[in-house]
Structure formats: C-alpha cells, structure tokens
Ligand binder design. Sequence first.
Ligand SMILES: [Zn+2]
Length: 77
Amino acid sequence: MTGDAGAGVRVAFHDPIGDGVCVLVVPLGGKAGVEHPGCDALADLALDLDAFFCPRCHRNGRVSGAWCRDVIEAGAG
Ligand SMILES: [Zn+2]
C-alpha cells in the first residue's frame, strides 16, 4: 500500500485573526473546510478572499488561499 487512502489530509495552521489553531481538512473526494476551536462545524473556504467562514458560529478567519490550494491539490493527487 502506498499513502493513506481514506484519511484525506489535515494540516493545522494559526488563524491570525481568531484564537487558537485551526485545521485545514481535505477529505478524499469531498469538499475542503476548516475545523476551528469551539465549534464542530466545518467552515467554508473562500480561497480568492484568503478567508474562511463558518455558517454555524459565524467565525470569519484568515488563511492563505494559495497555501490552501497547494494542500488541496496535494491531497487530491
Ligand atoms: Zn463554526
């Protein structure tokens, strides 16, 4: 076996606006999102805005869209 198919990709990063550490989650075959402290929903990425937004807790955070694309493409490959 090569790689860990089924797990997808998870990479932690620090959101410079909000508190704590967030995690960019790239599920295999699924839509990427952001886990964030204090909420069990996955925030939506807005790559062109270098941002993410959670419809449940209304967290509006910052993350590099270019970095996310790299991670997502690596995870999708
Ligand atoms: Zn949230």
